[in-house]
Structures are given as C-alpha cells and as structure tokens.
Design a protein. Sequence first.
Lengths: 114, 114
Amino acid sequence: ETGVTQSPTHLIKTRGQQVTLRCSSQSGHNTVSWYQQALGQGPQFIFQYYREEENGRGNFPPRFSGLQFPNYSSELNVNALELDDSALYLCASSLTVANTGELFFGEGSRLTVL
Amino acid sequence: DAKTTQPTSMDCAEGRAANLPCNHSTISGNEYVYWYRQIHSQGPQYIIHGLKNNETNEMASLIITEDRKSSTLILPHATLRDTAVYYCIVRVAKYGGSQGNLIFGKGTKLSVKP
C-alpha cells in the first residue's frame, strides 16, 4: 500500500466525451505526476504538478490537462476522447525535497473509450 | 535522460536468485539507476536505486559495474509473488522541479515458476 488512491478504478466513455480522473497523494507529498499506460507498454509521463502548478509535461496534446488542489490532491482531465486514449492512467506522488526521487504510484484508473 | 536496454523476458525457479540485467551505456555522471516493478494490474512499485556503489535493501540488491554502463538487479530468493515486469530507469535525482519524469521502457517480464 502506497497511500496513493485513485478514482474511479474503471470507467467507460465514448469517443468525443470528456473524463475526469482523481488522485489523492500520500500524506505529506506535495508533488503529483500522471502517467498513461497503454496495454503492453510501459507508463508514459503526461505531466507533473507541484504547488498547484504544472512544472513538467510529456508529449501529450493540450486536451490533457490537470489540476492540483491546496491539499495536494489532483485531477487529470481529458477532453474530446479518442479511441487511443483507452489506457491505464496512473498517478504518483513524491516529496520534492527528497533526494531519492522515489515515486509512489496508485493502482490506476482504467479508461475504455468506445 | 539516458535510455536502457533490458531482456524482454526471463524465467526463474522459486527460491533461486533472480538476476535481471540492464544496459545503460550512455548514462551520464549525475544519473542514477532506478528499478521499479509492476505486478499485473497494479501501479509500479519502487525497488531500489543507486549511483555507483552497490546497494541493498529489504527487497533486492543492485550491482552497478565500475564503468556504470550496466547494472544487475538481484532478488536473492525469488517467490511466486515476484512475478512482474521489472523496469530499469536512469535519471537525474533532482531537488524540486520535474522529479516526476521517469522514462519507462518495456521492461523485463520475470516469471517465477514453482
């Protein structure tokens, strides 16, 4: 158990719809990052939030957006869903002052786009 | 961040040591070697990391060659629960900023057999 919780665990959407995924970070962790994992692939970095601002982004289009709240929880929003957005979405939290860079991952939200 | 090369899959007998290799020939002097694993349908789990010295914790040992171009993760007594995909990642351990950006490859699928 990492203390990182994600919701919902599974959801089904149709193409063109919008989705919001939620993440509660481990207690005391002020940095949250999001990853997309397609079937059979390793996770791919989407973006990271620190002190409520995005401070790193991978190769994902602007329709992938996020928020971080004062309690460090976070949301991932995806607009205009496409079939290829079907994946496991992982949230990870970390302490920025920690020199290990260890990330604590949640169990993920599995999104299916039909 | 440097790229890594890992075998696609490996088998190991239960109770024996599992030795998972990783090549990172372009690693920079300030880049650490991290290992994560992902058990089926779960989020990745941090195992261990190191810079140039060998490291050991309750889960595993990490052996890094003197030239730092390759490393081996050792699970001393593999159990069935160690069946997972193991990811070797090299990156700079950062203070603040974008710690979240781990570049995952496809990893090594380790199957521990009775």
